[in-house]
Design a protein around this ligand. Structure first.
Ligand code: PLP
Ligand code: TYF
Length: 397
């Protein structure tokens, strides 16, 4: 039966962690995978999460099946977070939200629904993007192409190219957009650029699918919702996938959601019924624990305030590391100007280092980043940053 089964390639990012784990270099640093570590290099268990779990433990709740679309209080909290509790679409009930298995699950449920809705549509993702965007939409049956995004020479966004590609896309094309903290480049659109993107999506009748995997890691929870608010104001229907993997440091609990903004409440009810079929025929219904943690935090004012404080601290620490690595590279005698790292936002930096330099960093120094030059700034800390800067200094000279 399995004679002809070919060996599939490893995930380029998760595969790197396997290689890192096997490395015996005591100085090794993993700047590969997009995970936030604290200043001690530890994966944090947020205090708001611990407190929510204490409450949950005290309640000794039974573990029945959840509804197909998940915990109602969770879905309501996601709607408020993403669109605003007082926003017209939320108040009028025209957003369909389903709890999903991580942000990946939100993308997958949305992709499967879109494929049924518009099987001939193409999907456009940014060049470059999180590689799994291509995988998810391809496996849902779509042809996936790219729109220009990163301009290596300019160290920024190839905005004209992006806009031209969107302007040329046929009506119905699904455009996957990083709502904030672009992975992998760290470059986000400006407010004026978002206005232009929203206008072209509307004019060309494209379907926007916003991937919101890092809300709160850019400028703040509300600030990072700018793209969503702009699409809301356009009056168009659109999709948003949400992930709490990073913002609640709940990677393994797989806490995410899909929200679909519709024209009215009745339409949202029909869309919800279709999303539920996608879920039911894939995995029936979501798990309880992570969704309950998120719902408890988001719906309990003290815990919500604590979360905002803890998320703010993560955001500030990443920003500090951006400034620090630029300074340390300078201090290590590096002539090249790396100050662009402080203009990037979120967990990642496209460092501009070449594949050869990334390979040398890994092989000679045990500093693991992606061959594309992407490093996870959220994995730098006061203990490893000197070593990382010294290692980079050696490979760029
Ligand atoms: N979208 C982007 C851009 C990501 O970087 C990630 C990271 O893992 C995801 C989606 C998936 O999130 P999750 O781990 O919650 O599935
Ligand atoms: O880009 C990253 O590093 C994160 C984590 O298949 C990740 O988004 C990477 C690869 C993958 C799933 C998650």
């Amino acid at each position: 039966l399995f004679n002809a089964v070919e060996m599939a390639p490893r995930d380029p990012i998760l595969g790197l962690t396997e290689q890192y784990n096997a490395d015996t270099n005591p100085k090794k640093v993993n700047l590969g995978v997009g995970v936030y570590y604290d200043d001690n290099g530890k994966l944090p268990l947020l205090e708001c999460v611990q407190k929510a779990e204490e409450k949950m433990m005290a309640a000794h709740a039974a573990r029945g099946y959840l509804p197909i679309d998940g915990i109602a209080a969770y879905d309501a909290a996601v709607k408020s977070l993403v669109f605003g509790a007082e926003s017209e679409p939320v108040k009028s009930g025209r957003v369909a939200t389903v709890q999903c298995i991580g942000g990946t699950g939100g993308l997958k449920v949305g992709a499967d629904f879109l494929k049924k809705l518009n099987p001939a549509a193409k999907v456009l993702i940014s060049d470059p993007s999180w590689e799994n965007h291509r995988g998810i939409f391809t496996n849902a049956g779509f042809t996936v192409e790219t729109y220009p995004y990163y301009d290596a020479e300019k160290r920024g966004i190839h905005f004209d190219g992006m806009l031209t590609a969107l302007d040329r896309a046929p009506a119905g094309t699904v455009v996957v957009l990083h709502a904030c903290c672009h992975n992998p480049t760290g470059y986000d659109l400006t407010e004026q650029q978002w206005d232009q993107v929203v206008a072209v999506v509307k004019a060309r009748k494209l379907v926007a699918f916003l991937d919101m995997a890092y809300q709160g890691f850019g400028q703040g929870i509300a600030e990072d919702g700018m793209a969503v608010r702009k699409f809301m104001a356009s009056g168009e229907d659109f999709f948003v996938s949400t992930s709490f993997s990073k913002s609640l440091s709940l990677y393994g609990e797989r806490v995410g959601a899909l929200s679909v903004l519709c024209q009215d409440k009745e339409e949202a009810t029909r869309v919800l019924s279709q999303l539920k079929i996608v879920i039911r025929t894939n995995y029936s219904n979501p798990p309880t624990h992570g969704g309950q943690i998120a719902a408890t935090i988001l719906n309990t004012p003290e815990l919500r305030a604590l979360w905002e404080q803890e998320l703010g601290a993560m955001r500030v620490r990443i920003k500090e590391m951006r400034g620090a690595i630029v300074e340390k590279l300078k201090a290590a005698g590096v002539k090249r100007d790396f100050s662009f790292i402080t203009q990037q936002v979120g967990m990642f930096s496209y460092s501009g280092l070449t594949k050869d330099q990334m390979v040398r960093l890994r092989d000679e120094f045990g500093v693991y980043g992606i061959d594309s030059g992407r490093i996870c700034v959220a994995a730098l800390n006061s203990k490893n940053i000197d070593y990382v800067a010294a290692s980079i200094a050696k490979v760029v000279q």
